[in-house]
Design a protein around this ligand. Structure first.
Ligand code: UT7
Length: 338
């Protein structure tokens, strides 16, 4: 966003969906060679939510989160102009999950699309949705981050199955003259596509018995190498967005980081000069829910947030994709919606 629009896209409500079933570290001890102690100290995770196999998938969770956000804002599905769903676990390759959410909500005036940027999906979708508010093309945008990571997790691979969970988060975007998303910086680097990817199921490796036998329909991650990129890139881009907006540590009320590993979050907060009470952290309860982590943090901290609070949102994910945004919060969260 290089020009200065006369209004910003502000978040005016937050919704969420978390499946009831919990997968704890001790459950995982029964499934693979791991320990609660290893998982907690290396990642910060204690448990995750799992949707299960009863025919429900990402669109279901996305719809629940979106409906909750609309209810909290006190508006109906017909008020929605655009639905952007960030996900790497769409119900189907097409139609887009946004179409399924539109139908489930009964959002008869909305158009929409899916956005694929892995763990950076929500911040990419927020920036994208914001453009439609700023240009006046839309009055009300639903931005949803939703992933059923259990559907692409290999529960025989201890290096990845301990990390991921299922969830959805959604926000309503509307124009505000002062609050909202002031700036965002995004990057991609496709050189390292093989370090975090799902190799099977696309046009390169369509499903065959061989691709299934080779576990190519599961997420693959070279964790240690991804960690090295994530820990520097996330801190770099936060510094970048703070410098470009003239923000010092004391100007920032909260860091809202993607929840992949507590050690990455701690290192980012340290580089920004923030204390732990300024960092939204819920990885212990949900693990890495990919596109849902950031709206889930906003949901969990909503009651503490007040109009005028300055937030830095940041994420890093497969691609590689990463970025950060500077957002001024638009409403007193204790009132539960703008
Ligand atoms: O969200 C998108 C971006 N993703 C990320 O940001 C994730 C980045 N990566 C990470 O968070 C971390 O690299 C992991 C949590 C995935 C792994 O932690 P690590 O400290 O980097 O461990 P490592 O891969 O270097 O493995 C250390 C040791 C290895 O054993 P040796 O070779 O030292 O004998 C692994 O085999 O830990 C072993 N190990 C495990 N041990 C117990 C790997 N997974 C496990 C496990 N339980 N689940």
């Amino acid at each position: 966003m290089s020009s200065s629009p006369s209004c910003q896209a502000a978040i005016t409500a937050v919704g969420h969906y978390l499946p009831e079933r919990r997968l704890t570290n001790s459950d995982l001890e029964e499934m693979v060679e791991t320990s609660d102690e290893w998982i907690r100290t290396r990642t910060g995770i204690r448990e995750r939510c799992i949707l299960g196999d009863d025919g429900k998938a990402t669109a279901f969770m996305a719809t629940e989160a979106a409906q909750e956000a609309l209810d909290k804002r006190g508006i109906g599905p017909d008020d929605v102009d655009l639905i952007v769903v960030a996900t790497v676990t769409p119900d189907m390759l097409f139609p887009a999950t946004a179409c399924l959410v539109q139908d489930n909500l009964g959002a008869s005036n909305a158009w929409g699309f899916d956005l694929s940027a892995a763990c950076s999906g929500f911040i990419y979708a927020l920036t994208t949705g914001a453009q439609f508010i700023e240009t006046g093309q839309a009055d009300t945008v639903l931005v949803v981050g939703a992933d059923k990571m259990s559907s692409i997790t290999d529960y025989t691979d201890r290096t990845t199955c301990i990390l991921f969970g299922d969830a959805a988060g959604a926000v309503v975007l509307e124009a505000d003259e002062e609050a909202g998303l002031h700036d965002s910086i995004h990057h991609v680097d496709g050189e390292h596509d093989d370090l975090l990817c799902m190799r099977g199921g696309g046009s390169l490796n369509p499903p065959t018995h061989e691709t299934v036998d080779a576990h190519m329909h599961y997420l693959h991650q070279e964790g240690r190498q991804v960690f090295k990129f994530a820990v520097t890139r996330m801190a770099d881009v936060c510094e970048e967005v703070m410098n470009r907006n003239g923000l010092d540590a004391e100007d920032v009320d909260y860091l809202v980081p993607h929840q992949a590993n507590q050690r990455i979050i701690d290192a980012t907060a340290k580089r920004m000069g923030l204390s732990s009470d300024q960092v939204m952290l819920n990885i212990d309860r949900y693990g890495n829910t990919t596109a849902a982590t950031i709206p889930l943090c906003l949901f969990d901290w909503e009651e503490d947030l007040e109009r005028g609070d300055e937030l830095i949102l940041t994420a890093f994910g497969g691609g590689f994709t990463w970025g950060a945004g500077h957002l001024t919060w638009a409403y007193d969260g204790a009132e539960n919606g703008a």
